[in-house]
Design a protein around this ligand. Structure first.
Ligand SMILES: Cc1ncc(COP(=O)(O)O)c(C=O)c1O
Length: 405
């Protein structure tokens, strides 16, 4: 090593590795959180490193915590009015983590085989996650129509579950849950309520404020909103559940990366604006489809005939979400030509993007379910799910009219 101008002058190989790194940032705050892609963090002395391990204050290793990811977690915590959040690499990882945390008895650190009561209408992979991974670990899993409070009450009394899982605005039939009433009934039997609020988003409802214990999002959908980053996040109502999530996340290792965290955080900033537009356009699309002779049924909580229209109207501040599902006259045979003729609605296996999207649940989100499971849940071959984007509603309706025509 040579010394020049008071700074170490290394050999080329060493300099290529270290030069330019760890230079203190200028004394000014960047307006947006930078992408911290370092996998590990340095302390001036080993004693300070040891202290960071002991207290949990400060960053050590990116799987344990990362400033870019923490900024996204803080933003989602604020949006959901929670005590803390943990972000993951996908919505499925977030659901897995939320269920494990909810299955961890109070005062313990590891999950135990528990009784789980789940809504019947859930994203297909969530049903399969419960039916396979959780059932294989000796959890008892029962599915019931938890939108119906009488059925929910009977199932809670019979199953005495430890954990209850629902989606707020379910995928793909857009069922609505009375979160406040369900949370009260869950707590009465000592169960924790987990709400997958991917489709409602905090713009329509904040389930933790109504008593839910954990809220889960596939951030890949509305939170990110641009179809360019996958992620998931769980927000806890209590410090205890948040601490359990944090502790288990280090071992699960399904952490969100800093690049995705930055993309998702940027998307989150326009969530309210996007939802406003998407909800308004979805209402127009739903009313158009409801009158169209090629459509036999429309699933949309904003229509008076939706079974939970009144609940949705009071719960979601006059908005009804950005999804519309419908049954085509002609069933499965009518679906392919309809989807192939669409030009603006992109045939993609996701939802919640700024682009309008069309998906066939029997072929995509619910293909892992058996035909019997799909029939039991009301997912027919002629069911189509539309995710309304931010394009001009007139263009979207013209696209649908052409494809249906
Ligand atoms: C309601 C809901 N929850 C969870 C997921 C899973 O999210 P991801 O695809 O980010 O793993 C999805 C995916 O479509 C979903 O629709």
């Amino acid at each position: 090593m040579n010394e020049q101008h008071g700074a170490p002058q290394w050999c080329l190989e060493t300099s290529l590795v270290h030069a330019g790194e760890r230079v203190a940032a200028p004394h000014a705050t960047p307006s947006a959180t930078p992408i911290y892609n370092a996998t590990t963090y340095l302390y001036p002395t080993l004693e300070e490193l040891e202290q960071a391990f002991t207290t949990g204050d400060g960053y050590l290793y990116t799987r344990h915590g990362n400033p870019t990811v923490a900024a996204f977690e803080a933003a989602v915590t604020a949006a959901e009015v929670g005590r803390g959040a943990v972000a993951y690499g996908s919505g499925m990882a977030a659901l897995h983590a939320a269920l494990l945390a909810a299955c961890t008895p109070r005062g313990e650190t590891a999950p135990r085989p528990r009784a789980i009561l789940a809504a019947r209408d859930l994203y297909g992979s969530t049903t399969v996650l419960l039916d396979t991974l959780f059932a294989a670990r000796d959890a008892t899993v029962v599915f019931a129509d938890l939108c119906d409070l009488a059925i929910a009450e009977a199932a809670l009394a019979e199953q005495q579950p430890d954990v209850v899982l629902v989606e707020q605005i379910s995928n793909p039939l857009l069922h609505i849950v009375d979160v406040a009433e369900l949370a009260a009934r869950c707590h009465a039997v000592g169960a924790r309520l987990v709400v997958d609020s991917t489709i409602a988003t905090p713009v329509l409802q904040q389930p933790l404020t109504l008593g839910a214990d954990l809220v889960v999002h596939s951030a890949t959908k509305y939170l990110g909103g641009h179809g360019d980053a996958a992620g998931g996040v769980v927000v806890a109502r209590t410090g205890l559940l948040h601490a359990t999530l944090v502790q288990q996340a280090k071992l699960l290792g399904a952490s969100l990366g800093p690049f995705e965290a930055q993309q998702l955080h940027r998307g989150l900033k326009t969530l309210a604006l996007r939802m406003e537009r998407q909800c308004a356009s979805a209402a127009q699309v739903a009313h158009f489809l409801a009158k169209h002779p090629a459509v036999t049924h429309v699933y949309y909580p904003g229509l008076a005939e939706h079974p939970a229209h009144a609940l949705a109207a009071t719960s979601f501040g006059g908005r009804f979400g950005g999804l519309v599902s419908c049954e085509l006259r002609g069933g499965g045979a009518a679906v392919r030509p309809f989807v192939d003729r669409l030009k603006l609605f992109l045939p993609a296996t996701t939802l919640g993007d700024i682009y309008s999207l069309v998906s066939v649940p029997a072929m995509a989100s619910h293909r892992e379910l058996s035909p019997a499971q799909r029939a039991e849940r009301g997912i027919s071959d002629g069911l189509v799910r539309l995710s309304v984007g931010i394009e001009a509603p007139a263009d979207l309706i013209a696209d649908l009219a052409t494809a249906l025509g």
